[in-house]
Every structure is written in structure tokens, then in C-alpha cells.
Design a protein around this ligand. Structure first.
Ligand SMILES: Cc1ncc(COP(=O)(O)O)c(C=O)c1O
Ligand SMILES: N[C@@H](CCCC[NH3+])C(=O)O
Length: 421
């Protein structure tokens, strides 16, 4: 019986040692993605930075791993900044995003020496200027511009519609002008450049090219209108990964190379220069490196469905319920056997939408079998909840035949420790 290996460790051994449900990351795959991005996102015409979008999955161990590869980071909250600083990340390589950053978060970020604030709106810009002045701290900012590109992806994860909550729409020259002018007058916050992000799980490089084309037109405009030269440009993240067999994503390295080459072409054509190009991959850095292991419990036939119940569910992976996201999975100890049986994989949360995989073909399954779901490394743990007090599963990093817990399993007590009796 051949068993699925993750990072050189058998899935059965992982389940027996650490329990299920269990998030497992193949550490070497993460490192390979980081190297692929760093090697290919580089140019002779401008500086470059790969900033990992930590919303996809954050942990101290991951921050250390990626920082050692030279990556910067994208954070969207005080909580993410805290984790980065505890991990010893070089905070000057951190981009602090988020609409509606609180004053407290802005203060914390300034004190931590965060490299860039990615400003979402005019009010935030005013608050940042005021707080930086009060604290006598100098900092840099990028303005988030919504380029209005509709990337081909699930509607909920499309961030660049004209009415998106993120950034200032590219045609809204009034508010963009206000931010530029406010920052031109500020003695503490310098506008270093602009940011755009068009969505997530995008497979088609042309969507990114369209965004780069639009943003470089925009840079030509701010150069003409405001004399801003040598600006920095962040093209965000959003590179798609393989969830289902039919998904054919372009590799992260190839995407990075394409983005750099296309930007070089665009700035030459438009006769502008940029000082730095930034990208913020989240999903593509960790998604395919992550697996979730579940133990199959009861089986039940209900109408047309042959249910396999697992010991987790929407509380550890909300994406099927939230986005209709599809996943592929195998029985870890029978993964080479022919898959004849059609099952529906449902979780144990008290919600009829708690279905992880609606239809999947597997070898005949029995109670106690181990199910390994692929590509759960991004937005799995980071969007997990303790609904029904199931407690978030542990996270394990596996590599070179060894495994270590990087986040421990939430116990019953952990979940009630915040309560005051
Ligand atoms: C501003 C910004 N940057 C980067 C990302 C990372 O996206 P992804 O995980 O799809 O690469 C997101 C999320 O979509 C984002 O909103
Ligand atoms: N959480 C989403 C993506 C949102 C990306 C963050 N702006 C997902 O699971 O696919």
C-alpha cells in the first residue's frame, strides 16, 4: 500500500503524530516558489521587490522562511504587522495595506518602521499625515488606484470594478489629485508611487498586462500633470494556482518574468521611467504547498448522494461555501488505486452548505481512511474559524522527511480562554 508523502513524510505518519484535521505544508515547495519569484522578478531597468501577501497564510515560521529568501511582505492589519515584527522581518520591506486602517494601527506601523503605507482614500491620507507629524516619523506611501480591469475570476474575488471598495478609481482625478497634493505638502509622508491589484486566482497573463498598460498610462499622466518622476509601481498579486485537474496556471516564475518584461516594454513605449516594480503574490506562494488531511468518519447515503463525512469542514476551509471553490483530493493510502466511486465530501459543521467537495471520484472509502485535499495552503487556515467550537487545526511544516508543528491545534480551553466568568 503506497501512501502519499508530503515533504518526505507519509500522510499516515503525519495524521498519527499530529492528529486530524491537519494543515500540512511542504516546506520545500514554498522555498521553491519563493526562489522562482525572486529569480524571475528582476530587471536591469528598475529595482524590484516581491512582497508576500500574508493574508494568504501567516505564521512566524513562514515569515522567517520567506524573509530568509529576501522577500518583503504585504500586511493588512496590526495583527499581521505584529507577527512580522515578532518574526524579525525587516520592516522597511513591509507594505501596509487595508482600507480603514485605524489610528492605532497607523501609530503601530509607524513605530515599527514599516516601509510603505498603501493609502486607500483621502481621509486615510489626512490621518496618516497628521499621525506621522505628531510622532515625528518620516515614512513613504503608495496610493492604491483601481485601474478598473475586470479580471476573469469569481466575482467575489474581483477587486477592480469601478465600484470596488478598494482604492481610488483611476478616472477619479479629483481625489487622486487631492492625495498627491496633500502628500506633496507633507514634511513626513512622501508619495513614492502607486499600487494596483486586479483580483485573485487569475490565470490569464493578459489581465495583468492590461493592468500594467493602464497603470503606466496613469504614471505618464501623473508625470505630465504633477511632475512626478521615477515613481514606484506595485502591480499587486492575484496569480492563479491549480485547484482542479483542468486548471492550467502559468508558473509563478514565468508570470513574474512576463510582468517585468511587459512593464519594461510599456515604460519604454510611453517614455517614462519607474524606480521600482513591486508584486505581491499570496496564493501562488503557498497555495499548492498546502494540504489538509482529514479522517473519514461515518458514511451515509442520502437521496442521490453518497456522503463521506470528515472531521473538519467549512470551519477549516470556507472557500467552497464562500466562492463555490473546487478542490481535488485523494485517499492518502489508496491514492494510486483506481477511483470508481462517486462521493460527496461533507464536513461536520452544523450548516447544510458545509460541503467541501460536492462530487469526487475515489477508490472505495471506509471509516478511518485518510483524505488529503490538495492546494489548501492559501486562504485555508487564514480564513478558518472556530465555528461550532471545533477549534482550528494544527499547522505542520514538512520537509526532507521531517515534520514540525508551526501552529498548535486550538484546544477546547484555548477557545474559552478569552471568556470572563
Ligand atoms: C492588495 C492585494 N495584494 C495582494 C493580494 C494577494 O492576492 P493573491 O493571494 O491572489 O496573490 C491581495 C488579495 O487579493 C490584495 O488585495
Ligand atoms: N480570500 C480569497 C481571496 C481574497 C484575496 C484577498 N484580496 C480566496 O480565498 O480566494
Amino acid at each position: 500500500m503506497e501512501t502519499l508523502q508530503i515533504g518526505g513524510v507519509s500522510a499516515r505518519q503525519l495524521a498519527d503524530n499530529f492528529g486530524t484535521p491537519l494543515y500540512v505544508y511542504d516546506e520545500d515547495k514554498i522555498i521553491a516558489q519563493a526562489k522562482d519569484a525572486m529569480e524571475n522578478f528582476s530587471s536591469d531597468m528598475f529595482k524590484t521587490e516581491v512582497a508576500y501577501a500574508s493574508k494568504a497564510f501567516s505564521s512566524i515560521a513562514l515569515f522567517k522562511l520567506l524573509a530568509a529568501q529576501g522577500l518583503g511582505f504585504d500586511a493588512v492589519s496590526g495583527g499581521e504587522l505584529y507577527g512580522m515584527s515578532r518574526a524579525g522581518v525587516d520592516m522597511s520591506k513591509v507594505y501596509f495595506h487595508g482600507n480603514n486602517k485605524s489610528n492605532k494601527e497607523i501609530e503601530e506601523a509607524l513605530e515599527l518602521g514599516v516601509g510603505y503605507f498603501v493609502i486607500d482614500n483621502v481621509m486615510e491620507c489626512r490621518r496618516l499625515i497628521e499621525i506621522a507629524m505628531e510622532k515625528h516619523i518620516q515614512t513613504k506611501a503608495l496610493l492604491r488606484v483601481n485601474p478598473g480591469i475586470s479580471a476573469h475570476t469569481h466575482e467575489y474575488i474581483m477587486t477592480a470594478k469601478p465600484d470596488s471598495k478598494f482604492g481610488i478609481f483611476i478616472d477619479d482625478t479629483e481625489h487622486i489629485g487631492q492625495v498627491i497634493e496633500l502628500l506633496a505638502e507633507s514634511s513626513h509622508v512622501r508619495l513614492a508611487g502607486f499600487h494596483s491589484h486586479i483580483g485573485s486566482q487569475i490565470m490569464d497573463a493578459r489581465s495583468f498586462e492590461k493592468a500594467i498598460d493602464t497603470m503606466t498610462y496613469f504614471l505618464a499622466y501623473v508625470q505630465r500633470e504633477y511632475g512626478m518622476e521615477q515613481t514606484e509601481l506595485s502591480i499587486g498579486g492575484g496569480f492563479g494556482i491549480k485547484y482542479l485537474e483542468e486548471d492550467q496556471p502559468i508558473s509563478l516564475g514565468q508570470m513574474c518574468k512576463t510582468m517585468v518584461k511587459y512593464t519594461e516594454r510599456c515604460i519604454q513605449e510611453k517614455d517614462i521611467s519607474i524606480s521600482k516594480l513591486i508584486t505581491e503574490p499570496g496564493r501562488a506562494m503557498v497555495g499548492e504547498a498546502g494540504y489538509t488531511l482529514y479522517t473519514i468518519g461515518d458514511r451515509k447515503r442520502s437521496g442521490t448522494k453518497d456522503y463521506l463525512f470528515v472531521d473538519g469542514g467549512m470551519s477549516d476551509n470556507i472557500r467552497p461555501a464562500l466562492y463555490d471553490a473546487g478542490y481535488r483530493a485523494v485517499l492518502a493510502e489508496k491514492y494510486k488505486e483506481p477511483a470508481w466511486h462517486t462521493y460527496c465530501i461533507a464536513g461536520k459543521n452544523c450548516e447544510s452548505g458545509d460541503v467541501l467537495i460536492d462530487t469526487i471520484k475515489l477508490p472505495e472509502a471506509k471509516s478511518g481512511d485518510l483524505l488529503a485535499v490538495y492546494s489548501t495552503g492559501a486562504y485555508g487556515y487564514s480564513m478558518a474559524s472556530n465555528y461550532n467550537r471545533l477549534g482550528r487545526p494544527a499547522v505542520v511544516f514538512a520537509g526532507h522527511g521531517k515534520a514540525r508543528v508551526v501552529i498548535r491545534r486550538e484546544s477546547y480551553a484555548d477557545q474559552y480562554d478569552l471568556e470572563i466568568e
